[in-house]
Design a protein around this ligand. Structure first.
Ligand SMILES: C[S@@+](CC[C@H](N)C(=O)[O-])C[C@H]1O[C@@H](n2cnc3c(N)ncnc32)[C@H](O)[C@@H]1O
Length: 218
């Protein structure tokens, strides 16, 4: 695993929030229950398009659910970039258990800081990641241009109760002196950058909280 180069207050907050305890809990859930509903929608849609021999760039991959599922279904290799060292370690543990270590490269750090060092991939995914980062334009622009075929994202719905929920959560974060903040970025802004990168929406499904979307290169 390559270690991170740069950091910011939000990345310090990510390390505090997505810590060992949270990673262990997420990994335990994944082993017991499999994918959560919205990740399953994203993975099923990508699989339906065909992943045989494809390369994956999983940004903020957490415990590695997407990469493990797509590699199991025939994807050739994956790069997992994550700002949380605890999640990278949990994902590595799971990859070892599934005998997938040889097919995955792990990069610890803020994706925006290391994007220029990464090669394009057939599939790029950000599952519940854009809401963890303040500089949405840089994150979306630098990731969308690396997607050769598909770009899949899961974002909070841009709706009043989630905007208020984020404000309340951020207030508690400030009270507990954790620099991590959650963001409900406007979906039209996110899609403006995705469209500019030459991608077109081909799938969308949502529940009360999350919006799952897949974009394809024409
Ligand atoms: C809410 S978790 C989602 C994890 C996983 N994708 C899932 O759906 O279970 C957000 C993940 O994104 C990572 N993350 C957030 N912003 C990031 C950034 N700028 N660069 C790299 N990783 C980031 C966090 O470290 C964390 O692992």
């Amino acid at each position: 695993m390559t270690r991170k180069k740069n950091c910011c207050a939000q990345c310090e907050g990510i390390e505090q929030t997505f810590n060992e305890e949270a990673a262990d809990e997420d990994l335990r859930f994944y082993r017991l229950e499999g994918l959560d509903q919205t990740t399953e929608w994203l993975v099923d849609e990508i699989k339906a398009q065909g992943v045989d021999g494809a390369t994956l760039l999983d940004i903020g991959g957490g415990v590695g659910m997407i990469q493990h599922e797509l590699l199991k279904d025939g994807a050739a290799s994956a790069v997992h970039v994550d700002a949380s060292s605890a999640y990278i370690e949990a994902a590595q543990r799971e990859a070892k258990r599934r005998k997938l270590r040889e097919k995955i490269e792990w990069r610890h750090g803020n994706f925006v800081d290391i994007a220029k060092e990464l090669s394009p991939a057939d599939i790029v995914t950000l599952d519940k990641v854009i809401c963890c980062y303040d500089d949405m334009p840089s994150l979306v622009k630098s990731s969308a241009k690396l997607a050769r075929r598909f770009y899949g994202i899961v974002t909070p719905r841009d709706i009043w109760y989630l905007r208020w929920g984020a404000k309340v959560m951020n207030l508690f974060q400030a009270l507990f002196q954790n620099p991590y903040r959650m963001f409900v970025h406007p979906i039209e802004d996110i899609e403006k950058y995705i469209k500019k990168a030459g991608l077109k929406r081909t799938f969308m499904k949502q529940d009360a909280m999350w919006r799952v979307a897949v974009y394809s290169r024409a």
